[in-house]
Design a protein around this ligand. Structure first.
Ligand SMILES: Cc1cc2nc3c(=O)[nH]c(=O)nc-3n(C[C@H](O)[C@H](O)[C@H](O)COP(=O)(O)OP(=O)(O)OC[C@H]3O[C@@H](n4cnc5c(N)ncnc54)[C@H](O)[C@@H]3O)c2cc1C
Length: 430
């Protein structure tokens, strides 16, 4: 099905002068295996993706070439268990690797997140959830099918769940319906902002299983990998947004698309269980923005030192106002990194209330912090730094999109922190 050809061998890039990691492996106590995976991401990002990012952004086209390189490097299978041919990375390793990619190309990191979550949620995360032995065995058989496609063929998965109503925020059941019939389902519905539309091989759709005459319930959410080429699947609308332009997040329509039982990425009832018991699953949109925050900071240091390629070697670092601005950016970046690292490190099933509140705070800090740092970067570097020939204005536009991502938008994080900190479960003022 998918032919995979890398434009440049991943081993060709071993000799480059790498940027320092966002999270130094010794300081943050990462083991050698984690550090190796994260370094591979950084190498790809710095050497290959950074140079291509401007064109994908300008043309709002999908970073197809980057996906070939991700496949060659084994990174499409980063979270796939080793016994299935993947790299076997867990949540923390994936999150840091994704931040390194986001540092060089936001759209690649954000879309890679949609792909990787198909494997992270069906893999290590599902292993933490309750299933009876028969269900678990069936899940193991099914996920092996998905993992083989990814590892062997470079298949790309996406994760469209937004519908334009309250479902993506977790308020009501998904309006996209899966009608059960012998051997599978007929899926009908619409997904908006479906990143990778027209480019993924499988759309990992969240929908509600609903038989004739039944009422829709969030408990009956299904997570199905619908083949992009299935009858009844179409991509409509254009895509010309402010930022994250390479994500190609157009609208997906499903009209009685038949989906076989093996398309299920999670067994019945398990997505609902995951959303309740593994809330950090929704924090996975944040790594991209931690990377963008680092990128805005890195740019500013180089610019003020007169070291940005393509700009005159004029130093601006001697002005106290520039030094203060950079200090503010540094402090903000360290604050974002600290809370975010703690949150991704403690991500697990059944977190405490304190851990969940911290996860919301980490998401808010990363999403809003990335844009605050990029804003300061533009103000302090000045007019010449925001020209489209340089990456800073793209970083700024991309970073603005983070706090819009459901279900944990910046507004919803504030809403939840305020409410959940003041009320215990079941409490009200009535
Ligand atoms: C670049 C990009 C890529 C994306 N890729 C994907 C993707 O691959 N898959 C996917 O599923 N989605 C994706 N999204 C969609 C994203 O997650 C949101 O669904 C989308 O931005 C919501 O837009 P909306 O205008 O419909 O928001 P609305 O639902 O109208 O919400 C607007 C704002 O109101 C607030 N709000 C919403 N509900 C509540 C509530 N119950 N209580 C209080 N406040 C609330 C939130 O702060 C929200 O930001 C992407 C978005 C962007 C910008």
């Amino acid at each position: 099905m998918m032919t995979v050809q890398a434009s440049k061998n991943v081993t060709d890039i071993d000799e480059i002068n790498l940027d320092a990691p966002i999270f130094d492996s010794q300081a943050f106590r990462l083991n050698d295996e984690q550090a190796a995976i994260i370094t591979t991401s950084r190498k790809l990002g710095q050497n290959l993706f950074a140079g291509r990012a401007a064109a994908y952004d300008r043309d709002a086209t999908f970073p197809t070439e980057n996906y070939r390189d991700l496949h060659r490097a084994g990174l499409l299978g980063i979270a796939i268990p080793k016994r299935h041919g993947g790299l076997g990375a867990h949540y923390q390793t994936y999150a840091i690797a994704a931040a390194e990619i986001g540092r060089y190309c936001g759209a690649t990191a954000l879309t890679w997140n949609m792909h990787v979550c198909s494997t992270l949620w069906s893999g290590p995360l599902a292993d933490d959830l309750e299933m009876d032995a028969a269900t678990r065995a069936e899940h193991e058989r099914r996920r092996a099918i998905h993992y083989k496609r990814i590892v062997d063929d470079g298949a790309i998965y996406s994760q469209p769940f937004s519908e334009g109503g309250a479902a993506a925020a977790g308020g009501v059941a998904f309006g996209t319906e899966a009608k059960p019939l012998k051997g599978g389902w007929l899926v009908t519905g619409k997904k908006i902002f479906a990143s990778l539309s027209g480019h993924a091989d499988y759309y990992g759709v969240l929908c509600t299983e609903i038989a004739e005459g039944e009422k829709a319930s969030r408990r009956n959410t299904l997570y199905l990998a619908i083949p992009a080429k299935a009858d009844g699947v179409s991509v409509v609308g254009d895509w010309d947004p402010l930022g994250m332009r390479g994500t190609v997040s157009r609208t997906l329509l499903f009209k009685n698309a038949f989906v076989p039982e093996d398309a299920a990425l999670m067994p019945r009832g398990v997505y609902f269980q995951a959303a309740m018991r593994w809330p950090h699953m929704f924090l996975t949109l944040s790594p991209t923005y931690v990377g963008l925050a680092q990128a805005a900071y890195d740019f500013t240091v180089r610019y003020l030192r007169g070291e940005v390629p393509g700009t005159p070697p004029v130093k601006r670092r001697m002005y106290p106002t520039k030094q203060i601005a950079l200090a503010q950016m540094h402090i903000k970046l360290e604050q974002v990194k600290a809370i975010w690292f703690q949150a991704i490190t403690e991500a697990r099933a059944n977190p405490t209330k304190e851990q969940v509140l911290r996860a919301y705070a980490a998401q808010y800090s990363a999403m809003e912090g990335a844009n605050e740092i990029a804003t300061l970067a533009i103000r302090t570097c000045g007019g010449q730094a925001m020209l489209k020939s340089l990456p800073l204005e793209r970083i700024y536009r991309d970073s603005r999109c983070g706090s819009l991502m459901l279900p944990w938008t910046a507004e919803l994080c504030l809403d939840r922190i305020g409410r959940e900190a003041l009320y215990e479960t079941g409490e009200s003022d009535e």
